[in-house]
Design a protein around this ligand. Structure first.
Ligand SMILES: C[S@@+](CC[C@H](N)C(=O)[O-])C[C@H]1O[C@@H](n2cnc3c(N)ncnc32)[C@H](O)[C@@H]1O
Length: 248
């Protein structure tokens, strides 16, 4: 068996391993390395191209990548992930452990984003990406979908490593105010939201659950032109997080 062929079962097992995550594409690998992910394996079709990308897009990592990325045949790369990324780079990293109680107790004035049963992995990834950019305290998700699914990590450009991201069964109690972000809520105004809030966003189709709406301390909506029923989930996360940031 050629060494390259051993990669195929390794990447397949990693997809099912809750302690590992498969990274697809240069940006995911770039952010993983920048935010100190523990890399298990990284391979690329063209190491020179990876170095060129690093020099152009991540000069802080230029030079370091060549040591960590092994060459692989294009036919093998095509077998490692369902959709080979255009940059021809894929990797396996260890998922950082998240202590949800510790995250909720964090006294830093930064909100926690709670996504109730998100359905679309690309959208979930976009939420993680904007939460990382806005320096949120964490992204927590409920429901069946794994926030560390490779499609979500690809959608987040690997920014799962920039802040705690975890699935929870149920939201534990904490001293953080719980704010339901809902189109039917009171209009969002600058300065309305507490800095350490848990900001809860609903599922793409059904919105927030009745249980969460009852439990919430407040219900806030992003004002929209009459006739528009809602914003995309990740767009609403972006609006609310950057509204909160502009107050601080
Ligand atoms: C696509 S929307 C869900 C639409 C769903 N039909 C509803 O009425 O809630 C997904 C989530 O994005 C957030 N959202 C979208 N537009 C919003 C708005 N104008 N104001 C507040 N939240 C919004 C909410 O958290 C919502 O649950």
């Amino acid at each position: 068996v050629a060494v390259n062929d051993l990669l195929i079962p390794r990447f397949r097992r990693a997809r099912r391993d809750s302690e590992l995550v498969v990274l697809e594409g240069f940006h995911a690998l770039k952010h993983a390395l920048r935010f100190e992910a523990e890399l298990v394996e990284a391979v690329a079709v063209d190491l020179d191209e990876v170095e060129d990308l690093a020099e152009e897009l991540a000069p802080d990592l230029a030079g370091a990548l060549r040591e960590r990325v092994k060459p692989v045949d294009p036919e093998v790369l095509a077998e490692l992930v369902p959709r080979a990324p255009r940059t021809g780079v894929v990797a396996i990293a260890r998922q950082p452990r998240v202590d949800v109680a510790e995250v909720l107790a964090d006294s830093r004035p930064a909100p926690v984003v709670l996504l109730e049963e998100p359905r679309n992995m690309g959208n979930l990834g976009a939420c993680v990406r904007v939460a990382a950019a806005a320096d949120a305290a964490a992204v927590l998700t409920t429901g069946d979908n794994d926030p560390w699914h490779p499609d979500a990590v690809r959608g987040a450009a690997g920014l799962h490593f920039a802040l705690p991201v975890a699935a929870i069964e149920e939201l534990p109690g904490s001293d953080r105010p719980l704010i339901a972000i809902d189109p039917e809520g009171d209009p969002l105004r600058p300065g309305d939201l507490p800095a350490r809030a848990i900001l809860a966003f609903g599922a793409e189709r059904h919105g927030l659950s009745p249980d969460l709406l009852i439990r919430a301390d407040a219900r806030i909506g992003i004002p929209m032109k009459p006739g528009v029923s809602s914003l995309n989930l990740a767009t609403s996360v972006a609006v609310v997080l950057f509204n909160l940031r502009s107050n601080s």
